[in-house]
Design a protein around this ligand. Sequence first.
Ligand SMILES: [Zn+2]
Length: 261
Amino acid sequence: MTTSKTALRYPGQAIGILGLAFLMSACGGGSDSNSANGGGNVSAGNPAPITNVLAPDAQIVAYLKSSNIDFIPGANGRPEGTWRWPATPDQHVAVYLPAPATGNATEQDYANKVTTSVNLINAKLSGLLVLDLTGTRPASGNFIQVSYLTSYVPQGSTDYAGYCANVATGPNIGSMIVPDAGNNIASGPVYVNLGNGQCNVTQDIVTHEFGHALGLANHFASFGDAPANSWTLAYFDVLATLYGNPQSTPAANIVVKRAKN
Ligand SMILES: [Zn+2]
């Protein structure tokens, strides 16, 4: 929802995945209209709300390219093209939602919002992707883990709203998830860190974070960048397109898929 800060600390080349570290994409409820994203975001170019306007196919491809395809090219030896959770269509991805602490209204609120966002994404991506909520931590394998009150706030920062939530390889850290040599999401688990005790985790923020957890690395107009009230349509179409094409599909070969209404 706000400024994204993506920085490559180590050039990719032949170093292992554990050698790769990235700053987070900060996502909060603020109103920043400009992105400091280093990932080459597509500029909105149009300040008017576009909520009910279908983005053209070329725009969807451009968003997917800037957010996913162009993210750390070659890192871990990954081939050109898209990266994501594997084996679509109809890929199932477990989402571990820990039970809120008894009497903790904040955690309960976040848990409710996660359920709402998961149901929304499943409806929008029907036939392409299924997020399976579970209250039991999977014993192995890659999955998404929801974590309460563990958003990464950089040392020295007091911008708690700007760093209200993030997706990373663990709690309280800003290391972004990365693709492996097969263009699979390599982190296990992928943490969705919600809240830090000093910000308002909105429904939109939760839905936004799942976009990161599904492979959208860099923000774009309709995903974290202004205008704030116009993000949903293209966002879901970009996700549908990501999961409606095989992994490692280069931008030139992308077939745009539209989310369900
Ligand atoms: Zn974000």
